[in-house]
Design a protein around this ligand. Structure first.
Ligand code: MN
Length: 210
């Protein structure tokens, strides 16, 4: 199954806000319709429109989002463009990591998890604890690094694709992702998300993408 919203990933600028792969109310009770509406319609939309504004009249007008992210990463003069382009990409990825359908990890993904972490339980615990431990805004990620799955965290808009790491799962732990529903209880939010909402089919697909 193809992920939703590939228009923002495969196209060159100007970018469009990608469609959500679910309805805003579908992730309840774990994430409320209100949270998804603000997160998608306000935050994600703004990252996309700001990216389009910032590249007007620049060399990036016909670039893909991924090219812009890789080109501007680590360049202090391009920090604002990097932040908005990376957030436009990160949110596309995050939405596709979520599903209201009960999807269990299938054999290929389970093999990768078992060989990298020892067991699914150890993997889930590490994904939760690392995501919760991110100080301030950022993300918890599962990435593929030289054939091994690893759990990492990144700050603010930073994204694995800026570091040549292949993202498999991404969890947004900015306060805007959970504060309306969980206030300061980030751990409760991440536990509910990992236990109930991960689209393991999307994760498995990301193992295969090069
Ligand atoms: Mn977010």
């Amino acid at each position: 199954m193809e992920p939703k919203g590939l228009n923002i990933i495969k196209a060159v600028a100007p970018f469009e806000l990608p469609l959500l792969p679910f309805s805003p109310k579908d992730l309840q009770p774990h994430i409320s319709e209100k949270t998804i509406s603000f997160h998608y319609d306000k935050h994600h939309r703004k990252y996309v429109s700001s990216t389009n504004e910032l590249i007007k009249g620049t060399q990036y007008e016909k670039s893909t989002l991924e090219q812009i992210i890789k080109d501007t990463a680590g360049n202090p003069e391009q920090q604002k463009l990097f932040n908005n382009a990376a957030q436009a990409w990160n949110h596309w990825f995050y939405w596709n990591c979520l599903s209201s359908d009960v999807i269990k990890p299938k054999e290929k993904l389970m093999q990768a998890i078992n060989s990298s972490f020892g067991s699914f339980d150890k993997f889930a615990k590490e994904l939760i604890s690392t995501s919760v431990a991110q100080f301030g805004s950022g993300y918890g990620w599962v990435v593929m690094d030289k054939g091994v799955l690893r759990v990492i965290k990144t700050s603010n808009a930073d994204t694995p694709i800026a570091h040549n790491l292949k993202p498999v799962i991404g969890i947004d732990v900015w306060e805007h992702a959970y504060y309306l529903d969980y206030q300061n209880r980030r751990e409760d939010h991440v536990v509910a998300l990992v236990n109930n909402l991960i689209n393991w089919d999307f994760a498995e697909r990301n193992l295969e993408m090069e």
